[in-house]
Design a protein around this ligand. Structure first.
Ligand code: PMP
Length: 392
């Protein structure tokens, strides 16, 4: 008789650094500790009531079935209109896909275009999930590392230096996580210039497009004439609309990638939840909701200022004031400690959870990221704790 073999080993899949910190925070809380979580970029606000009501109504109206894979026509139209109205991306609804989350939107866009061995340009410091997504698709990351002294602004020479005939895509994120930077016109022109010399796609993650401060303008790469036919614009409602648990987002896709994207979405998820798609129409079109978003962004701006002022007074910390998104990126090299050590000490001594910089690229071990998405009370309590914290 032969004995049953043990199952084979699973493939190595990198964990998400931010989810892992979230797990640690949850374990500490379960053990009775108080933690001020400035690691998880999750809006403190409740989803606007009108959106919740629209979802309830949709459930009662029978939106409990599969929808077309690209989404309900009326939800696609609402996303297309919002992209044109808010960000100058002129896109017909036939090119818009309503998908379960921006994260899935980024992954589906990459999956539609990448083949094993392809190379993808990402600009550091960058969101934690881009590299795992690219490597899961058997492609390779080529990192552009703009200088912190220029506010991480990049040019076409830097892009072209890491590009080859295997480069298939450039991933952009504006406003950016973790820096809060908004791409300027020069950078978008630099991307167009790099694309002029190579046949490559642009995957533009714009989940924070509506969260900007001080009148800074959002520039969507797809609104640039030369990039319109090669850019995937990804948006989502998790942050701007305080809907992280609803899992809803959208992609405005280039026409020439639609066949591939259709196939990937059909075979990987099918469609986004029908009643959430219905609620997204209200989220994107209702003027009262747009006013509530304005109020939330205003409050994030106030929390940003409070957190930056508190960080400014911590010896050895150099925070940069974000133009958008939900994060402060702080250089902590002058403490003489690594970002990881600072993060550990902040958690142990002050009860504040933050994300060490190396989660955003190995070159950023002397930084930390903090979010002002939590409630005003949590942000204020963290600011008070920072004022008396000394590393241990
Ligand atoms: N892109 C970036 C840059 C993000 O920071 C996040 C969330 N942390 C996402 C995408 C994912 O958003 P969603 O909840 O829609 O998946």
């Amino acid at each position: 008789m032969t004995t049953l073999q043990a199952p084979p080993t699973a493939r190595p899949v990198p964990k998400s650094a931010t989810y892992e910190i979230g797990r640690r925070v949850a374990a500490m809380r379960a053990a009775g500790k108080t933690v001020l979580d400035l690691a998880t970029g999750e809006p403190s606000f409740a989803t606007p009531t009108r959106i919740v009501e629209a979802a309830e109504q949709a459930l009662r109206d029978g939106y409990t079935r599969y929808t077309p894979s690209a989404g309900l026509p009326e939800a696609r139209a609402a996303a297309a209109e919002a992209l044109t109205r808010d960000h100058g991306v002129d896109v017909p609804s036939s090119r818009v896909y309503v998908v379960p989350s921006a994260k899935y939107g980024v992954y589906a866009s990459l999956a539609a275009i990448l083949e094993p061995g392809d190379e993808v340009v990402v600009v550091g410091p960058h969101w934690v999930s881009y590299e795992p997504m690219i490597t899961l698709l058997s492609a390779t990351v080529r990192r552009v590392l703009p200088d912190a002294a220029t506010g991480y602004r990049f040019d076409s020479t830097e892009l072209l230096a890491v590009m080859s005939d295997r480069t298939r895509a450039i991933v952009l994120n504006t406003p950016g996580n973790p820096t809060g930077r908004v791409l300027d016109e020069g950078e978008i022109t630099a991307v167009a210039e790099a694309c002029r010399r190579s046949s490559c796609w642009v995957v533009s993650d714009e989940i924070y497009a509506q969260i900007r401060f001080d009148g800074v303008q959002h520039r969507a790469p797809a609104a640039h004439q030369e990039l319109a036919d090669r850019t995937f614009t990804i948006g989502g409602l998790s942050k701007s609309h305080a809907m992280p648990g609803w899992r809803i987002g959208y992609i405005a896709a280039p026409e020439s990638a639609q066949e591939a994207l259709d196939g990937f979405i059909q075979n990987s998820v099918g469609c986004a939840p029908a009643f959430v798609q219905r609620a997204s129409i209200v989220a994107l079109s209702d003027s009262g909701v747009q006013d509530e978003i304005g109020a939330m962004v205003h409050e994030y701006g106030r929390r940003r200022d409070e957190l930056c002022s508190a960080l400014d007074t911590v010896p050895g910390f150099q925070p940069s004031v974000p133009e958008g998104a939900l994060y402060v990126w702080a250089d902590v090299s002058a403490t003489g400690l690594s970002g990881t050590k600072v993060a550990e000490s902040l958690l142990d001594v002050a009860g504040i959870a933050v994300v060490p910089g190396e989660a955003f690229g190995p070159e950023y071990a002397d930084h930390i990221r903090l979010t002002y998405a939590p409630s005003a009370a949590v942000v204020s309590a963290a600011c008070r704790a920072l004022a008396v914290w000394t590393p241990r």
